[in-house]
Ligand binder design. Structure first.
Ligand code: SAH
Length: 353
């Protein structure tokens, strides 16, 4: 059995014609899948014979909801999902997705892998390494299941922004990531604008160039977390593979190729990367490689993860780090941490179960 959520419309056409049906039926099926239906029976305008034949070979791989936590402070919703992978032989995994509420609407932070092999010292998701990649359908399933959950209490609820910033390194699972992007973007399906999607990477340099070619309208965020290679190598193993110079040059090419701004994520770690001199160094380093209008730095005090010995910078120090950047002409913001009362904040995506 095969998860039907993994397929692009063009492939669904072949599947449906292979079952002896007119290929326009594929568009109907694809549309129903994007609505989040859990069974073939809900596909009302699809002939019963086709529904039957589909269900003999395929399943609709929405995740099981293991647990839901809602933040009393800001409405953030964290879901622990499970993909049992019973039929296709995949290992069962539990992953988390977080729904954040902004003025511009709902945004979901999805996972791209179960676990991660990047090994960043401050991050909870990588502690036990990579379990397995998620498929495109498993990325889509998080969005659909979260929206179904919201619609239980608010039938008009929708999710029109996606950030791939949950568990995992999306560029370490590039093929499934790109398949997911094509599926969720398709106007006959979920119909989400590429501009409403952001992919965050720890900086796998060759993939940044490729992504700029393949998805020039998708936003890219780079987890930088340091003003120079020496500091970056203390917390991020990937920095030993690619230098900051290579990384920032790839970002400059991305900006030039796409005309889009690059967001740099910078988790402020007390005594490691949060000094005023380091802010100045960061500004110089960024401007040396990338024109200022293409730069944005997102500062977020580190959420401490047990056993790492790393702590977050306090709010006041974060603000002053921010103002050093701004004085030097680098746009920066100190991010609100949403959902911290439910362990949904950055780097906290791990289960208590
Ligand atoms: N692998 C991708 C996306 C997942 S991590 C990446 O590295 O970008 C999403 C973001 O959370 C990254 O910027 C990551 O560095 C950050 N992060 C991880 N642990 C954190 C923590 N404890 N506190 C704050 N941010 C953290």
């Amino acid at each position: 059995m095969d998860n039907l959520l993994n397929y692009e419309l063009i492939e669904l056409n072949d599947i449906v014609s292979g079952l002896g049906e007119k290929s326009f039926r594929a568009g109907q099926v694809f549309g129903w899948l994007a609505k989040g239906v859990a069974s073939f029976d809900e596909m009302r305008n699809v002939p019963a014979a086709l529904r039957q034949r589909l269900s003999e070979q395929y399943y609709i791989g929405l995740p099981a909801v293991v647990a839901v936590q809602r933040s009393a402070e800001d409405g953030t919703v964290k879901c622990l999902f499970e993909y049992a992978g019973p039929n296709d032989g995949a290992v069962a995994v539990r992953i988390e997705s977080v729904l954040m509420r902004y003025e511009y609407g709902n945004s979901i932070c999805i996972s791209s892998q179960a676990g991660c092999r990047m090994g960043c010292r401050f991050c909870a998701s990588t502690r036990n390494g990579l379990v397995r990649n998620l498929t495109a359908g498993e990325m889509l399933g998080q969005v659909l299941a979260m929206r179904n959950l919201l619609r239980e209490t608010d039938p008009a609820a929708d999710i029109r922004h996606i950030v791939v910033m949950g568990m995992g390194e999306p560029f370490d699972n590039y093929d499934e990531l790109s398949r997911f992007l094509r599926i969720v973007h398709d106007p006959k399906g979920y119909n989400l604008g590429m501009r409403n999607i952001t992919v965050s990477t720890c900086g796998i340099v060759p993939m940044i160039g490729r992504f700029a070619e393949d998805f020039p309208q998708v936003n890219v965020a780079i987890s930088l977390h340091a003003p120079n290679d020496a500091v970056r190598r203390e917390t991020m193993p990937i920095a030993r593979k690619y230098s900051m110079e290579e990384l920032l040059n790839a970002c400059a090419n991305y900006a030039e190729r796409t005309g889009r701004r690059v967001t740099f994520e910078y988790a402020l770690i007390r005594g490691v990367n949060d000094g005023a001199d380091q802010a100045a160094e960061l500004a110089t380093m960024l401007k040396k490689h990338i024109p200022a209008q293409f730069l944005h730095v997102n500062l977020i005090p580190l959420n401490s993860v047990d056993g790492t010995g790393l702590a977050g910078t306090d709010r006041a120090a974060a603000e002053s780090f921010c103002s050093v950047l701004e004085k030097r002409g680098v746009q920066a913001t100190v991010r609100r941490t949403l959902g911290s009362d439910i362990d949904a904040a950055c780097g906290q995506l791990r289960s208590r179960y």
